[in-house]
Ligand binder design. Structure first.
Ligand SMILES: [Zn+2]
Ligand SMILES: [Zn+2]
Length: 337
C-alpha cells in the first residue's frame, strides 16, 4: 500500500512509499482512508520544529497524519463496526486504565500515543486504530464534512469545558480553522447566541463565519469595546497574548474563558480582577475518547460545516497541501489516496 512516510528526525524527509498493510489486532479495526485532514501539528512535525521535537517520540521511518475519515475493511466479530461502514474517530491511542483515562480526561493519558506523531498514522491507503476510538457517520453527512470530524471534536470539547448551554451568549476569538470548527459546533447546540471575533487581517475568515450562521461578527479594537463583560463563555482560539487578555475582558462576571490557543510566550493575567469577578479560566486540549459518542449526530446537526473552505489534494501532494494551509488558501486541506 502507498503511505506518506517521514524518514528522519530533521526537517522534511517525507515521501510516498510502498509499505506493508498493517496487521489488525484484537481490539483494533483496519480502515481504508477516504480522506486525511492536514493539521498544523502535522506541519510542525514534518518541519521538525522545537515544539515537535519536545513533544513527540516518533520511531522513524513513520507514517504521518492523525485526522481521518475511513471505511471499515476488517474488524473483530461483535465489534458493532460492519465492514464498509464509514467511520471517524480519535487519533489518540490511550490506555483506558490510568487515573486521567478513568476520570474522562484521556487526552492526559499517562501512556498517550498520537497517531502519526508517536506511532504510525493515517496518511496511508490502510491503517489501524483502536476499535473504541471510532464512531459510525450517519449516511446524510457528506464525506468532505465527515472528514472535519477531528477538529470539530476539538470545538465540541472546548464548549464542554466551558459548560455551554441553551440561552448563553458565546464568543469565539480567532476565526482560524479551530475557531471556525468551534463556531460550527456552536451551530449544533440549541439556543446559543454566537459572536465571532477577529482582527482586520481576519476579515475574509469573519465573512466565512457569517456564512456559517453566527449571530454577529466583531473586529478587535473597532467594535469589541462595546461588548466588554457581555459573554457567558469566551473561547480563545487565536493563541496570541492580546487575544487571551481580550477574552478575559469580554467574559461576563461569573463567566468562563476557555483557552484553546497556544501562545508562544507566557501571558499576563490580572488574577485580582478574576477573583473579584469570579471569572473562570480553563484549558481545553483536543478531546476525550468519550466525546466521540456525540460527534456523529452533532456533525449531522452542524450545518455550518458545509460552508468551510475545504481543498482536496492527492496523498502525494503534501508540499502543496502545506502551502495551501500556510497561505490560508483553505481552512482545511484534505488528502485523498
Ligand atoms: Zn489535528
Ligand atoms: Zn491512560
Amino acid at each position: 500500500m502507498r503511505a506518506l512516510v517521514k524518514s528522519k528526525a530533521a526537517p522534511g524527509g517525507v515521501e510516498l512509499r510502498d509499505m506493508p498493510v498493517p496487521q489488525v489486532g484484537e481490539d483494533e479495526v483496519l480502515l481504508e482512508l477516504i480522506y486525511g485532514g492536514l493539521c498544523r501539528t502535522d506541519v510542525s512535525f514534518v518541519q521538525w520544529n522545537a515544539a515537535a521535537q519536545a513533544t513527540y517520540r516518533p520511531n522513524f521511518p513513520q507514517i504521518i497524519g492523525h485526522e481521518y475519515l475511513g471505511r471499515v475493511v476488517a474488524s473483530a466479530p461483535g465489534s458493532g463496526l460492519p465492514v464498509g461502514s464509514r467511520v471517524v474517530g480519535s487519533g489518540h491511542v490511550v490506555c483506558g486504565t490510568c487515573p486521567p483515562c478513568l476520570a474522562g480526561r484521556s487526552m492526559l493519558c499517562q501512556n498517550l500515543k498520537v497517531l502519526g506523531l508517536d506511532i504510525d498514522g493515517v496518511f496511508a491507503e490502510r491503517f489501524v486504530v483502536p476499535r473504541r476510538n471510532v464512531a459510525i457517520v450517519p449516511d446524510e453527512v457528506p464525506d468532505v464534512v465527515a472528514a472535519l470530524a477531528e477538529p470539530f471534536a476539538v470545538g465540541l470539547h472546548a464548549l464542554k469545558r466551558g459548560s455551554v448551554q441553551a440561552g448563553m451568549k458565546v464568543a469565539v476569538i480567532g476565526p482560524g480553522s479551530v475557531g471556525l470548527m468551534t463556531i460550527a459546533a456552536l451551530g449544533a447546540e440549541d439556543g446559543v447566541s454566537t459572536t465571532a471575533i477577529g482582527t482586520e487581517a481576519d476579515l475574509k475568515q469573519l465573512e466565512l463565519a457569517s456564512s456559517m450562521g453566527v449571530d454577529e461578527i466583531r473586529v478587535v479594537g473597532r467594535d469589541t469595546n462595546a461588548v466588554a463583560g457581555a459573554f457567558d463563555v469566551v473561547v480563545e482560539t487565536a493563541g496570541h497574548e492580546s487575544a487571551v487578555s481580550l477574552a478575559v475582558e469580554l467574559a461576563a462576571p461569573g463567566g468562563t474563558v476557555v483557552c484553546v490557543g497556544l501562545p508562544a510566550d507566557p501571558v499576563q493575567i490580572n488574577s485580582g480582577r478574576l477573583a473579584m469577578t469570579e471569572k473562570s479560566l480553563v484549558g481545553a486540549r483536543a478531546h476525550d475518547i468519550s466525546d466521540w459518542k456525540d460527534v456523529p449526530q452533532m456533525l449531522a446537526k452542524a450545518t455550518g460545516l458545509a460552508a468551510i473552505d475545504v481543498k482536496t489534494v492527492g496523498l502525494g501532494e503534501l508540499d502543496h497541501a502545506i502551502h495551501l494551509t500556510a497561505t490560508r488558501q483553505a481552512s482545511k486541506v484534505l488528502l485523498a489516496p
